[in-house]
Design a protein around this ligand. Sequence first.
Ligand SMILES: [Zn+2]
Ligand SMILES: [Zn+2]
Length: 393
Amino acid sequence: MPKRDYYDVLKLPKTASPEEIRSSYRKLAREYHPDLNKENAKEAEEKFKELSEAYEVLADEQKRKHYDMGGFDAVSQDFGPQGFNWQNFSHAGDLEDMFGGMDPLRDFFRQAGVRGDLFGGMFGQGFQVASRGRGRDLEVAIRVKLGDLIQGIQRDVEVPRADRCEDCKGTGAEGGTALETCKTCGGSGQVRNVRRSGYAQLVTINACPTCRGEGRKILKACTHCGGAGRLRVNRHLRIRIPPGLDDGTVLRLAGEGERGPSGRAGDLFVQVIVDNGTFHREGRDIYTDLTVGLSQALLGDTVRIPTLSGQAELSVPPATQPESTLRLKGEGMPPPGGGSRGDLFVTIHVRLPDRLSSEQRDTVRRTFGEPGGVASLPERDKGSGGFFSRRKG
Ligand SMILES: [Zn+2]
Ligand SMILES: [Zn+2]
């Protein structure tokens, strides 16, 4: 096939915008995709490749500029000595939504040798470049109430992840047997390139381009998993969240991530998000507020207040000052991992009556005296002790 101008291939004028380039590529890719042209597969594949080469160049601002100025020669060094091949193609992701995870397309790219890491983005299958290595790590978040962390709590979660296809034992080949050792790399998945540079010998080890580092070639793809060797499953996990964790703590469950093609799994990271409710937490200690009426503050009372684990009785002593702090020992949080609990500090706010009858005003005058015209500073504003100076007392 004689080489055609990239713009002609994509049926675009030289002034086309990046958006027009992308949309034309997508449109033509749909038209010429080999799997949608079974009767003319060979020709369609050639066209699809030609199209993808043009797109590889024109979709990249730098490469496009070089091509506009110097033609094919100016971009040829971007590709191998044989010209464009599928290993040079870095835009498989642009077709992602188009084929909706269609297996034939994935197989096409697999066979064509497009780098494995694209598949992760394309099909959510978690393929990785180092496809012999472990699977991807996964993350989930779990919300708990502060009170749940006094004892710790168990939570059931469903984690969608790639798991080994048992039909093909993770090989991706029908029955686990329809495969052969890669002839290029002899099954190691790697190719070495030894080069002399002066006195030094440079050894470069790359993933084998024929089998993309897998060491084997699938002769017939497993029909159950479409040759991926893995399937998406929802895995149920019971996660034990230990007591006393801080908000945002991340737990790591080794081996509960996605399973790689070799069977080695990544890890699952569980972020614990703590809902503090009406409480404020500082380490093991918990703070909350309580509003009492004037007579409660003056005469004292016993009130029920919400705590982390339910309710508790709090004794408000007579003549309790507004904004003073009372303490309930042992009603705070345990330290991370468990241990003796901190305290609950309750800041008392006093609500004054909205109005007084003349009778009540007389009583106040008789009891506390006439207003003297000089306001005394509240005790908490004196000195440097600060707002919470008495709470530990
Ligand atoms: Zn399978
Ligand atoms: Zn190989």
